[in-house]
Design a protein around this ligand. Structure first.
Ligand code: GAF
Length: 465
């Protein structure tokens, strides 16, 4: 019996007092599950994930609910097994990076605003190892979800040669090579539990997981801030999406029990504690994605930039509604409406962060509804399906457990985010999905998530499980 098995038996045979960094205090163990070298320990009201490392317990503490932990472990196992099956040897590193949901502060990250996202318990996981053929000049990636393989050049190119999902990988590899990292040819398998096209940052999660995997393969560690910016640049230059910084930051910096109030000018994160287990974040996927998303995103960004130039100011943070009113004849109708959204959304986000910290759920909810209305009417990035989801949530109302709801992410489809009383999460979820399908003939899907930990290496070498 190994030292760890012994410890495990001991833990289960007694009501052991153990320190959990997740709950940040000593707690009594109430149950546990053994998954190979992974251990899920159920405390009174929380769950931690531990991993063996040289005979000691490492508290990874990231998935905070049993289904999320099981899903993470299953995905990791699927990706590692697929790697061995495809390439015939054991992966050297396994890297994970989460998607995100934005609670409020939409379309203001590229407008000098504040955003309030959290990483979600849905991950992209990549298993990789240097290739057995060192003269090869590319990396071979296999996507276990799409069942497709792609060869990505290892070069410092400044634009894409790959298409589709290969562009994100190529952009991140090019970023590493450009900063002087020696990236060897390698093989990799990717698996994901972040819904694609759902506005939950599946592409940022893919970029960030690729960057973390490359750190493991090359042994060159990036500063977290540099990593987020390198990934954002990959999205700009290789995927042609002029995104802000929110998605990559969330995937890098996510922390359990915390929302991130990100100042998109200073790029500093102020932590907003979110520990109240009586309140849940329900994410509902409309399962529609309208094609115009990327083009309209770039168009809104241009309209915001031209409006700001017309106002003669350098930052949207210095603009008031009175400034907009004074300039209304010089702005197009669309510029004026975009400006109104940006100015009011920046204010709402700061108010919501305070209300979150104080547990003022009704106020957070009202701010979420106003945010949605502003995105629908002024910024014009919602769609009928998202409006339907938010309306249904609003009709359910606070008495039946809904505090507030809004679209989240870039828009034109994707997800809504709803703040619900945890005890009511199940019936609320069922009612939203049923009514949504009745009204739109589209089947939605949903899940709840606690704030999750950001990107990390799950495995570093063949001997360290
Ligand atoms: C997308 C972008 F990638 C983000 O930067 C952000 O602008 C968001 O849309 C809207 O808030 O996810």
């Amino acid at each position: 019996m190994s030292a760890f098995e012994f410890l495990w038996t001991e833990l289960l045979s007694r009501n052991v007092i153990i320190y959990s960094s997740f709950v940040r205090r000593s707690v009594s163990l109430t149950a546990g599950l053994n998954y190979g070298s992974w251990f899920l320990l159920q405390f009174h009201n929380s769950l931690s994930v531990f991993q063996t490392s040289s005979g000691s317990l490492t508290d990874l503490s990231h998935p905070t609910s049993l289904p999320a932990a099981e899903q993470f472990i299953e995905l990791r196992q699927r990706v590692e097994t697929e790697f061995q099956f495809r390439f015939g040897y054991v992966p050297l590193v396994v890297a994970a990076a989460p998607g995100r949901v934005n609670l409020i502060g939409e379309h203001v990250d590229y407008n000098h605003g504040f955003v309030l996202p959290m990483a979600i318990e849905r991950y992209v996981i990549i298993a990789a190892a240097p290739s057995s053929n060192p003269s090869q000049e590319h990396a071979t990636f296999y996507s276990s979800d799409m069942q497709e393989s792609i060869d990505v050049p290892i070069s410092a190119s400044s634009g894409p040669t790959c298409s589709g999902w290969g562009r994100y990988l190529e952009g991140v590899i090019a970023g590493f090579v450009s900063r002087g990292c020696n990236v060897p040819p390698f093989d990799a398998v990717i698996g994901s539990s972040v819904p694609r096209g759902g506005g939950l940052s599946s592409s940022a999660a893919l970029e960030v997981a690729t960057a973390t995997m490359l750190e493991g393969i090359t042994g060159q560690q990036l500063e977290p801030l540099e990593k987020a910016i390198l990934c954002q640049r990959a999205e700009h230059k290789f995927a042609g999406m002029p995104c802000g910084i929110m998605d990559q930051f969330s995937s890098v910096f996510g922390m359990p029990n915390e929302l991130m109030l990100l100042d998109c000018i200073s790029q500093e994160i102020q932590v907003v504690p979110f520990r109240d287990e009586n309140v849940s974040v329900l994410i509902t996927n409309s399962n529609v994605k309208h094609e115009l998303a990327t083009g309209e995103y770039a168009e809104r960004r241009r309209q915001c930039e031209s409006a700001l130039a017309e106002l003669g100011l350098l930052s949207w943070r210095d603009v008031t509604l009175a400034d907009l009113d004074l300039a209304r004849r010089r702005l197009t109708t669309d510029e004026l409406a975009c400006g109104r959204h940006v100015v009011t959304e920046i204010g709402r986000t700061l108010d919501a962060a305070k209300a979150f910290a104080n547990g003022q759920w009704a106020l957070v909810g009202e701010l979420m509804y106003s945010s949605h209305e502003s995105l629908q009417k002024d910024f014009r990035v919602s769609c009928a399906e998202l409006d339907t989801l938010v309306r249904i949530a609003r009709e359910i109302g606070s008495e039946d457990g809904v505090y507030g709801s809004r679209m989240t992410g870039g828009g034109f489809g994707g997800c809504s985010v709803t703040l619900v009383r945890s005890g009511r999460a199940k019936p609320v979820r069922e009612r939203i999905l049923m009514q949504y399908e009745n009204e739109t003939s589209v089947q939605g899907s949903s899940f709840t998530s606690r704030p999750a930990i950001g990107t990390h290496l799950v495995k570093r070498n063949a001997h360290d499980n």
